[in-house]
Design a binder for this molecule. Structure first.
Ligand code: 5AD
Ligand code: FES
Length: 341
């Protein structure tokens, strides 16, 4: 395949499978890096991630905070505590705040809307990552000022999805993403790589799905088996396969936001830097405080559990600058280039 960007977005399913398996990794990463540089320049956008509740009604087989994991000490922040955590993140320079939690219905439409309104007064972009809700919730959150919504499709292999997510429906999740899009949120989705039974062909299908959906952001991370889940003895995804998948995503969608995911750094001390050199342009440092950081354990080996928000901000800032990249000064929303209009 020629090293040109013009036809990248026309990659077929077979081309993608080839890139994921046979293309020399360093070549693929370099190409994704070039495409990122041409479309978006050197800026890396930072998002302050607040993990505000680890209470979840779901029982996803892969997830450490699944309902069935009785060994987890559960927590939820109070409303004021959550808003104050956001305020401190804004004070240390974050221009986007991401609110993430398990599917915790204590944060109902009203409570969540009030929290969103308060954080939006701080002149930041606000992203929600709180799972599946009904249309009226998504609408209320949008009206309250939420700008973006993250909901990974996880996999487009519908049978695999239903095996891994008991009681959930793939069709329903897809509908949630369509609602989010219709309401004018910037849409973030994504997948895990290395799920048990997942094939390269299915990952290629996932990438085409994300392209067709027209996502503004795509988070791609390796699946890391958690010891207290039914998937404890599975192999998990490799950093290389996750990086390859992310790099191909960049070729398919040159101008979207792609985070260097925390799960990548959990597999390798330089995982996020490797990702930033292979197509990524976003990092989401954790700004959750104290004991909560450790308790929000989706997978083992989570990084930075003993650090403070400021330590993470400083550390990642230095890492980003050490590879010649710059920290984005704005809110870092998805800016469509002319070619993708
Ligand atoms: N390994 C890697 N990623 C995981 N997630 C959940 N559990 C795991 C795991 N064991 C991811 C899912 C979810 C996101 C918040 O974290 O993709 O959407
Ligand atoms: Fe948290 Fe480096 S990003 S210590």
């Amino acid at each position: 395949m020629k090293n040109q960007c013009v036809h990248n977005s026309e990659l077929s399913h077979a081309d993608i499978v080839h890139l994921l398996t046979d293309e020399p990794a360093s070549q693929l990463y370099a190409r994704a890096d070039e495409v990122r540089q041409a479309a978006l320049g050197s800026d890396v956008h930072l998002r302050g991630l607040i993990e505000f509740s680890n209470i979840c009604r779901n029982d996803c087989l892969y997830c450490g905070i699944r309902r069935g994991n009785k060994g987890v000490k559960r927590y939820r922040m109070g409303d004021d505590e959550l808003v104050e955590t956001a305020r401190r993140a804004v004070e240390i320079g974050f221009k986007t705040i991401v609110l993430q939690s398990g599917e915790d219905m204590h944060f109902d439409q009203d409570r969540m809307s009030r929290i969103i309104e308060r954080i939006k007064q701080m002149d930041v972009a606000l992203t929600l990552s709180i799972g599946e809700r009904d249309y009226s919730d998504y609408e209320a959150f949008r009206n309250a000022g939420a700008d973006r919504y993250l909901l990974r499709i996880e996999t487009t292999d519908v049978d695999l999805y239903h095996r891994l997510n008991p009681g959930m429906s793939w069709q329903r999740r897809n509908e949630c993403l369509l609602m989010i899009k219709e309401l004018g949120y910037e849409v973030g989705s994504g997948i895990m790589v290395g799920l048990p039974g997942q094939t390269v062909e299915s990952i290629a299908g996932d990438l085409l799905y994300l392209k067709d959906l027209g996502v503004d952001m795509a988070g791609i991370g390796p699946f890391i088996p958690h010891p207290d889940t039914p998937l404890a003895n599975e192999q998990g995804g490799s950093l290389e396969m996750a990086l390859r998948t992310m790099a191909v995503m960049r070729l398919l969608l040159p101008d979207i936001n792609i985070p260097a995911t925390t799960a990548m750094e959990s597999l390798h001390p330089q995982g996020r830097i490797m990702a930033l050199k292979a197509g990524a342009n976003v990092v989401m440092p954790n700004v959750t405080e104290g004991e909560y950081r450790r308790l929000y354990e989706l997978y083992p080996g989570k990084i930075c559990v003993d650090d403070t928000p400021l330590q993470c901000r400083t550390c990642i800032g230095m890492k980003i600058q050490s590879i010649g990249r710059t920290i984005g000064q704005g809110k870092g929303g998805h800016i469509r280039s002319a070619s993708s209009a």
